[in-house]
Design a protein. Structure first.
Length: 321
């Protein structure tokens, strides 16, 4: 086999899912919508393993959690355990950031799924089918595989839970100013925590309704509506995390400072809307016209910023291709 690389970008969840009704199949309770980035992602280098047994590295090191997840992907794609494939996979993130809530599990899962498919099949990939498989690694990877603005449909089982791309930059030329922040909270812990919140059922109903509104706003190029819906969804997500049994608080003081600054900018007629996932890092959704204003304002506060547009789906090739 000729060595190759697969690449996938991270995503920002606009309507986020939290909690899983089936952990083995990683089935979410409700639909979710996200947009891929252009500036963050994962790259997987693939070659034949030197021995007969396959192995996998993440950032140059063995990772038992990633190995466990890739087993499910391998069995679904090939009917074999990962070690039986005789492949050496080396996954790395770009850029290499010590931050949480940026979606690197989504890009890693998407890139690894496509890498295994490309290494074991001569067929052209069906991205809807790949989205089902990538979901076994991480629910967000399902959306990341297809790219652009995508929706994960929460079905009753494996076959009817899949993602589809429904829009791109042509419909909404969104810009994101991403502010990476650190945390020690694990996403899996947060997913388990929310089911104990007394507001979880209401969250499912609210997010389900919001998906319809969000998709309509994106298709109509309505940045203001997208921004407002994403802020509401973000605050709901964090509220059910904070009201679970262990009362997890994922936001940090830096998160609150950035949110306050975003609101200040908006009061001064700058299009800027905050968004967080299961981490303290902040995505600021804005327009091409206002992206530099937003970036300067956050940089002047002393924070690192990363500018992003609407990204592509998973692909074979190096990052940047």
């Amino acid at each position: 086999m000729t060595p190759f690389k697969s690449t996938a970008n991270t995503m920002q969840a606009l309507v986020k899912y939290h909690g899983l009704k089936d952990w083995k199949l990683r089935l979410p309770y409700h639909d979710s919508i996200s947009v891929n980035t252009t500036s963050l992602g994962s790259e997987v280098a693939v070659r034949e393993a030197k021995g007969t047994k396959g192995d996998m590295l993440v950032g140059g090191k063995k990772n038992q959690d990633a190995l466990r997840r890739i087993q499910s992907v391998s069995k679904q794609l090939t009917g074999k355990g990962f070690e039986e494939l005789g492949l050496h996979l080396d996954s790395s993130n770009f850029p290499d950031l010590d931050a949480k809530g940026l979606g690197f599990s989504s890009s890693a899962g998407a890139a690894l799924t496509l890498a295994l498919f490309h290494a074991t099949s001569k067929e052209e990939p069906d991205y809807t089918e790949l989205s089902k498989v990538a979901r076994l690694f991480a629910g967000s990877a399902s959306r990341t595989v297809v790219g652009g603005f995508s929706r994960l449909y929460a079905g009753k089982g494996y076959e009817d839970t899949y993602a589809e791309k429904f829009a791109d930059e042509k419909e909404l030329p969104l810009r994101m100013v991403i502010v990476p922040l650190t945390s020690t909270v694990h996403t899996e812990d947060a997913h388990r925590e929310v089911e104990s919140s007394p507001f979880f059922k209401s969250r499912i109903e609210s997010a389900t309704k919001r998906c319809e509104e969000m998709q309509k706003a994106i298709m109509g190029g309505d940045l203001r509506k997208v921004g407002e819906l994403t802020e509401q969804d973000t605050l709901e997500l964090h509220s059910i995390t904070m009201t679970g049994t262990n009362r997890l608080v994922i936001m940090s003081p830096d998160t609150i400072r950035i949110i306050t600054k975003v609101r200040e900018m908006r009061s001064n007629s700058v299009e800027a809307y905050f968004s967080m996932q299961t981490g303290p890092s902040v995505f600021i959704n804005t327009s091409e016209e206002d992206q530099d204003k937003v970036r300067r304002a956050i940089s002047h506060m002393g924070y690192k910023t990363i500018l992003s547009g609407v990204g592509k789906g998973a692909r074979i090739g190096r990052a940047g291709n």
